[in-house]
Design a protein around this ligand. Structure first.
Ligand code: ATP
Length: 313
């Protein structure tokens, strides 16, 4: 037993996709993607505490509904901790406490952030010094978005989204997220996208859209970024959750520079010109969707990192 070890808390960010180009389905069932991730200031905190047996509790923060989060061994945070233990030859179970701010099944990679935070917390607790690249390699086994949860900031993702190259950005971008109580299954949205395209659909077109996103990020230009945002999954997400079309229109009418579906949805991401205009957009939207469904955030923010190491007792 290792109860003398302190608890470690790590924090990992949610993401928004600034660009999401979806290629044809691969032989392994995944899709080839060209995406640009940005980590935003909506966070998951995972505390790893030495325990007699593996366990997990989840706490809602900021009004998140955590009822859809599995508490058994299928939880991504627990899978991450156990995978790291297995590969490192560690036999020291932990209890994980997840403090969840990211909407569940919302297209913001909350489960992946939990896995990233669990890897970082356990790596510190067990004093493994695996390093970011080693943790990202493990993370890719758990989910395509986990490596980005570890790296954070802004990055181009290729492959199934796990191969990352950082993108130069200037300043901060200000977002309003409109949460949707429904939740959408990511595999269902990809399947709907495939169905709508039909068989024989080719690879993503050359990367004019990627260049436009990169140029806007380099210049710190929110208006140019707004014009360059795009998401190949948006149509499929709106087909499965028709209320999204109204939410996107409401966001634009409220003064956002652009409104896009975040990842596979159903969260809608509104890009605004400044922190002050994000507040103005929120004020416009409160009567339309209700305060409880609105979050402001900025990006880019760092990837998973240790917050604190508490002394026992
Ligand atoms: P992505 O954007 O990466 O596709 P998402 O943000 O849409 O993901 P998540 O909140 O990550 O969705 O969760 C998707 C599903 O994964 C949940 O419905 C749940 O069944 C399962 N899951 C496993 N572990 C977790 C976790 N720690 N937190 C949330 N969901 C989890």
């Amino acid at each position: 037993m290792s109860d003398h070890r302190p608890a470690v808390t790590a924090r990992a960010p949610a993401k928004v996709n600034l660009l999401l180009q979806v290629g044809p389905v691969r032989d392994d069932g995944f899709h080839d993607l060209v995406t640009v991730f940005q980590a935003v200031s909506v966070h998951e905190d995972v505390t790893a505490t030495p325990a007699a047996d593996w366990g997990l509790t989840v706490e809602a923060a900021g009004g998140a509904d955590v009822s859809g989060v599995p508490l058994d061994g299928s939880n991504l945070a627990l899978r991450a901790a156990r995978l790291l233990a297995e590969r490192a030859g560690v036999d020291e179970p932990v209890h994980l406490h997840v403090r969840k701010e990211v909407p569940v099944a919302g297209g913001m990679a909350g489960g992946s952030a939990d896995a990233a935070a669990a890897l970082v917390a356990c790596d510190a607790l067990w004093q493994l010094r695996t390093g970011l690249d080693g943790l990202a390699t493990l993370g890719a086994e758990l989910g395509s978005d986990v490596p980005f949860g570890l790296h954070g900031r802004t990055a181009v993702g290729t492959g199934r989204g796990e191969q990352l190259v950082p993108v130069l950005t200037r300043g901060s971008f200000h977002w309003v997220f409109v949460l949707d109580p429904a939740g959408l299954s990511t595999p269902r949205v990809f399947a709907e996208c495939d169905r709508r395209r039909g068989p024989g659909w080719g690879p993503p077109p050359a990367d004019v859209r990627l260049e436009a996103v990169e140029a806007a990020l380099r210049g710190g230009d929110a208006e140019a970024l707004a014009a360059a945002l795009s998401n190949d999954l948006a149509e499929a997400a709106c087909a499965l959750a028709p209320q999204l079309t109204r939410t996107l229109a409401a966001g634009r009418a409220a003064g956002a520079l652009a409104a896009v579906v975040s990842g596979s949805g159903p969260t809608v991401a509104l890009l605004t010109a400044s922190a002050a205009s994000a507040q103005d957009v929120v004020a416009e939207l409160v009567p339309v969707v209700g305060q409880g469904r609105l979050r402001t955030a900025s990006g880019p923010v760092p990837g998973a990192r240790v917050l604190e190491a508490l002394a026992p007792g």
